[in-house]
Ligand binder design. Structure first.
Ligand code: NAI
Ligand code: MG
Length: 335
């Protein structure tokens, strides 16, 4: 069986890292028909937007996309393509695993956790206004429905991957109504998952414990802004931007992408590290139930990084993007 998947090469280093991910995914032998769609800074003149309707339609049609980074131009009138994509496709869950990898420099050798961030509300509801000059209000919206959906997603994820614990990260001691609701919902949902422990932890204390004892976490779930901040922190625990994959998941569509941006400072030089997007490709294959292909890609990435012979400049090597991708693909083909 083959699948049609939307491919958005994006801009900046996007085309380079998506080509690399494609090479590695194709090495698994699983056939994908790539529906390549234009998006990004280079198409604004042509379409009047960085996220043209044909690209959105393609994702709606195929249900799955692999996406390169897209530059958000600085200045008024340009809203973030990434925020628009999440809104248009109702991608309510942001999924960011952080796992220690051999050969990638970091302060820890035993991190293996997943951050799940609510992607649609909280302070990102876009409800801001000036009350009187000099006083601005931003509304932090928390609803039962979205909280239930994201907490359930976290427990389902934990169950699917045999995880033992879900930590609900909150600030209900101060935000008694909003985070109080989030916490209440979590307690209700947890009753449906007897085999998984529910842990409640305050967000600031979570930040400290993540740095001191990251191995004590398993799956973490939280509202939008907490998730934005905490998930960058957890990327930093395991080696940073070049190696951090992610997924944005909704009821009908899922978009897989690296955490990093378009890296204009190194774009076009063929030296970007494609690991993050390659690992996002593995998450995508798992979503498509191609469990063996996904595991093979992860294994191959770990193997090449651990050998340390063919790695990109950000990790201390001197391989190009395509040399590294070829090395990973070669290991995949042997598996
Ligand atoms: P960035 O992640 O593009 O770059 C930050 C630093 O990390 C740069 O020095 C860059 O060279 C390095 N870097 C990033 N990815 C790398 C990789 N794969 N290999 C080697 N080095 C890498 O963040 P920045 O500069 O803040 O954003 C640039 C543009 O990307 C902005 O327009 C931003 O809006 C956009 N962006 C897009 C995202 C997306 O499409 N999902 C996510 C984040 C930013
Ligand atoms: Mg962020």
């Amino acid at each position: 069986m083959s699948y049609t998947v939307t491919l958005l090469p994006g801009d900046g280093i996007g085309p380079e890292v998506t080509a690399a991910a494609r090479t590695v995914i194709e090495a698994t032998g699983f056939t994908i028909d790539w529906d390549v769609q234009e998006a990004g800074g280079d198409v604004i003149e042509k379409y009047g937007t960085a996220l043209p309707e044909p690209a959105l339609d393609s994702i709606r049609r195929n249900g799955v996309a692999l996406k390169g980074p897209i530059t958000t131009p600085v200045g008024k009138g340009f809203s973030s393509v990434n925020v628009k994509l999440r809104k248009e496709l109702k991608l309510y869950a942001n999924y960011r695993p952080a796992k220690t990898m051999p050969g990638v420099k970091s302060r820890y050798d035993n991190v293996d956790l997943i951050v799940i961030r609510e992607n649609t509300e909280g302070l990102y509801s876009g409800l801001e206004h000036e009350v009187i000059p000099g006083v601005i209000e931003s509304l932090r919206v928390i609803t039962y429905e979205a909280s239930e959906r994201i907490v359930r997603f976290a427990f389902e994820t934990a169950r699917q991957y045999g995880r033992k614990k879900v930590t609900v990260v909150h600030k209900a001691n101060i935000l008694k109504l909003s985070d109080g609701l989030f916490l209440d919902v979590a307690r209700v949902v947890a009753k449906d998952y007897h085999e998984i422990e529910l842990e409640e932890y305050i967000v600031d204390a979570t930040a400290m414990r993540l740095v001191m004892r990251p191995e004590s976490f398993d799956v973490l779930v939280m509202e939008n802004l907490f998730g934005d901040i905490i998930s960058d922190l957890t990327s930093g625990l395991v080696g940073g931007l070049g190696v951090a994959p992610s997924a944005n998941i909704g009821t009908h569509c899922a978009v897989f992408e690296a955490v990093h941006g378009s890296a204009p400072d190194i774009a076009g030089q063929g030296i970007a590290n494609p690991t993050a997007l390659i690992l996002s490709g593995a998450l995508m294959l798992r979503h498509l139930r191609q469990l063996e292909a996904a595991a093979n890609i992860e294994h191959a990435v770990h193997t090449v990084l651990a050998e340390g012979k063919t790695i990109t400049g950000d990790l201390g090597g001197n391989a190009t993007t395509s040399e590294y991708a070829a090395a990973v693909a070669a290991v995949v083909e042997r598996l």
